[in-house]
Design a protein around this ligand. Structure first.
Ligand code: UDP
Ligand code: MG
Length: 191
């Protein structure tokens, strides 16, 4: 079983690489961003709360995202493992994930951090905004706020996994296949 935390700033390539990892390792992909967007689309109460945060590039509360993760884990018992994409985004979320996994006799195998510099992220997100229809990818101020929220609230998560000896950096610039190769090499160590 592999439980992979795919970490990195907005626009680092987590979603793109997740698709390739799912194909190769048969893991269940959990993207809290995708789950939140589905709630927004369905105009649920949760979706409305999330929308107010997402449009400003702020974080949705720990309680909400942890609850979504809990549901997903419960709905996929017997899975070969999971990719957590865009989660945990705070140290409190990382601690909660450890507790949830432990209750199911699982643990995080490895945390892979995709490393990409801010100017490249901005460029990629503005490009994605042209086709994704995502409002949060079309406004430079919102993008820059997402990156500063990442630096302030999410980067400490890296130290959390480093302290557990589970953190590994991956160069997030290069061809999609090159980056996938580097990720695969790390995943294979957890098989
Ligand atoms: N978001 C959040 N918590 C999460 C996932 C997403 O608060 O666990 C919000 C946050 O406002 C973020 C937006 O949803 O800017 C988009 O998240 P997503 O992970 O899709 O964007 P990415 O970082 O991959 O570009
Ligand atoms: Mg994403």
């Amino acid at each position: 079983m592999i439980n992979l935390v795919l970490f990195g700033p907005p626009g680092a390539g987590k979603g793109t690489q997740s698709d390739l990892i799912v194909e190769k390792y048969g893991l269940i992909h959990i993207s809290t961003g995708d789950l939140l967007r589905a709630e927004m689309k369905a105009q649920t109460d949760l979706g409305k709360v999330a929308a107010a945060k997402i449009e400003k590039g702020e974080l949705v509360s720990d309680d909400i995202v942890i609850g979504m993760i809990k549901n997903k884990l419960a709905a996929n018992t017997g899975a070969k493992g999971f990719i957590f994409d865009g989660f945990p985004r705070t140290t409190a979320q990382a601690e909660a994930l450890d507790v949830l996994l432990k209750e199911l006799n699982m643990s995080v195998s490895v945390m892979l951090s995709l490393e990409v510099e801010t100017p490249e992220l901005l460029k990629r997100l503005l490009e994605r905004g042209k086709v994704s229809g995502r409002a949060d990818d079309q406004n430079e101020d919102v993008i820059m706020n997402r990156i500063s929220v990442y630096n302030a609230s999410t980067l400490p998560v890296k130290e959390y996994y480093k302290a557990q000896g589970k953190q590994q950096e991956i160069k997030g610039v290069g061809s999609i296949q090159e980056i996938f190769q580097a990720i695969s090499t790390e995943c294979d160590k957890s098989l």
